[in-house]
Design a protein around this ligand. Structure first.
Ligand SMILES: Cc1cc2nc3c(=O)[nH]c(=O)nc-3n(C[C@H](O)[C@H](O)[C@H](O)COP(=O)(O)OP(=O)(O)OC[C@H]3O[C@@H](n4cnc5c(N)ncnc54)[C@H](O)[C@@H]3O)c2cc1C
Length: 445
């Protein structure tokens, strides 16, 4: 099938920003198209490389993570259709299929969000090398770069120094933009060109249904936990209307149930929810019901999210090196592949760790408390290469976020920005502190 060509036009590439609310990059694309009286084509690329085997010997993205993302894609597609536009879904290598599309349409500009992780940046580099005009827009942090009290590349390494510097100047994240209510016209294409082609029609693995396990702390087979933007916004409103921001600090170290933490992360990961929108909801909640230590703590955690983003901007590829940001020699022992396999399959013999791994594998989600323990056990008890653990989380987590995952793993490996250096969690003590009655272990073993 040949697509007809057009003289100019704008292609908008949805990446981890699968939403119509608070989407400055999409707004920029719309403004550009309107200014030039031209068309705008929204596109999503199902990246086939994500379904390849990682160097650690397992698939880079599990079928359930693909299924979670597909929900967000579908929801955006439906909303665009309601606005008279349409989402073109293509399968392949993003830099190849986008370059081909741009050439066929004679599109003048590609606009997308900026993601400063090496794999994602390589796509942009290749597209630019091919002579395409690509505009990337930084948009996933609470604070815009110009709001920081330092140049983004000079972000303090220690989280506390970063937080204090940001808080010293009255912490005021950028306000979220309103949702898009109109879309420019589409290019004139053969009608079947815009037909959604699900990835399995193009040779990729078929998408799974949501993992349906009644024990899940993130029960995403239920409509209220659907992966789309509309469910994300409804969840945010519901979280606040039930007064949960006031109990967050006391409950956030919980291990099971859906209310102990905000459960925003799976939607934040695909971009179905914007962090600024989430924080604005907390500010409205505070205005109505009072600011407390607990509401402050939600912002505190979102600042961790921001910090890992700025650290990526500062250190780039170094965040992915085995020795990370540290000059200390690496342990001479080789990666413990057998230990890794026991960890990966939830068969280490330590009940808390095995319960956590089984929850992760069965649901695509586990609590922050468990994640810290799982990572610490892999690194410090089993003495495995921390990058193998990060890769397994990448494959399994429905809330996989490249900055947060890499940042947390690097931090726990002792090769990141933890001022205390290495940090081992004593799993026996953790059991006493967080699962003394054994309820969590009983649930999963
Ligand atoms: C080894 C390891 C790997 C992780 N991988 C990811 C990942 O791939 N994706 C991801 O979103 N989070 C990751 N986290 C951070 C954290 O565990 C999750 O964000 C959190 O458990 C998600 O649940 P929630 O939305 O209910 O969090 P809440 O406790 O309600 O926190 C609210 C939000 O604050 C942010 N946040 C909270 N804790 C952290 C943190 N430690 N680092 C960065 N941001 C944080 C998240 O955006 C979260 O949604 C990881 C943590 C560890 C220890």
């Amino acid at each position: 099938m040949t697509l007809p060509t057009a003289t100019s036009g704008v292609v908008y590439w949805f990446r981890n920003d699968l939403r119509l609310h608070d989407n400055p990059a999409l707004q920029q694309a719309i403004a550009l198209a309107e200014r030039h009286h031209t068309w705008l084509l929204p596109v999503y690329v199902h990246d086939t490389a994500l379904q390849l085997t990682s160097p650690w010997g397992f698939v880079r993205t599990s079928a359930h993570r693909l299924a979670w993302t597909a929900m967000a894609v579908d929801d955006v597609a439906q909303q665009l259709t309601a606005l008279g536009s349409q989402l073109l879904q293509i399968t392949g290598d993003p830099s190849e299929v986008l370059a081909e599309l741009m050439t066929r349409l004679s599109a003048s500009t590609l606009v997308c969000e900026d993601i400063v992780a090496p794999y994602e940046q390589a796509h942009i580099r290749i597209l630019k090398k091919r002579g395409l005009n690509v505009q990337t827009v930084w948009q996933s942090t609470l604070m815009a770069p110009e709001q920081l009290p330092f140049a983004p590349q000079d972000v303090p390494d220690a989280f506390s120094s970063f937080r204090r510097a940001v808080e010293r100047q009255a912490f005021a994240p950028a306000k979220p933009l309103p949702a898009i209510t109109r879309m420019p016209a589409l290019p004139e294409l053969a009608s079947d060109s815009l037909t959604t082609r699900p990835p399995h029609a193009s040779g990729c693995a078929p998408l799974n249904e949501p993992l349906n396990d009644p024990r899940s702390a993130f029960p995403w087979s239920q409509p209220a936990f659907h992966g789309g933007e509309r469910a994300a916004l409804a969840h945010l409103a519901h979280y606040c209307s039930r007064g949960l921001p006031h109990s967050y600090k006391a409950t956030r170290n919980g291990l099971y149930g859906s209310d102990y933490s905000t459960k925003w992360s799976p939607w934040l990961a695909t971009g179905a929810l914007s962090a600024r929108e989430a924080w604005a909801a907390i500010e409205r909640f505070e205005a109505q019901h009072g600011a407390t230590d607990s509401t402050y703590w939600i912002g505190f955690e979102l600042l961790w999210r921001d910090h890992f983003r700025w650290l990526h901007l500062k250190y780039g590829e170094r965040m992915y090196w085995q020795r990370g940001l540290s000059d200390a020699p690496l342990q001479s022992r080789a990666h413990n592949a057998r230990g890794f396999e026991r960890w990966r399959t939830g068969q280490t013999g330590h009940a808390l760790i095995d319960a956590g791994m089984r929850e992760l594998n069965a649901t695509g989600y586990t609590s922050n408390r468990l994640r810290q323990n799982l990572a610490s056990f892999l690194i410090h008890d089993l003495r495995c290469d921390w990058r193998a653990g990060a890769a397994w989380f990448e494959s399994q987590l429905i809330d996989f976020d490249v900055y947060n995952n890499q940042g947390n793993w690097l931090y726990l490996s002792g090769r990141g920005t933890d001022p205390r250096g290495s940090r081992r969690f004593n799993p026996d003590k953790q059991v006493q502190d967080y699962d003394a009655n054994g309820a969590y272990r009983k649930l999963w073993l």
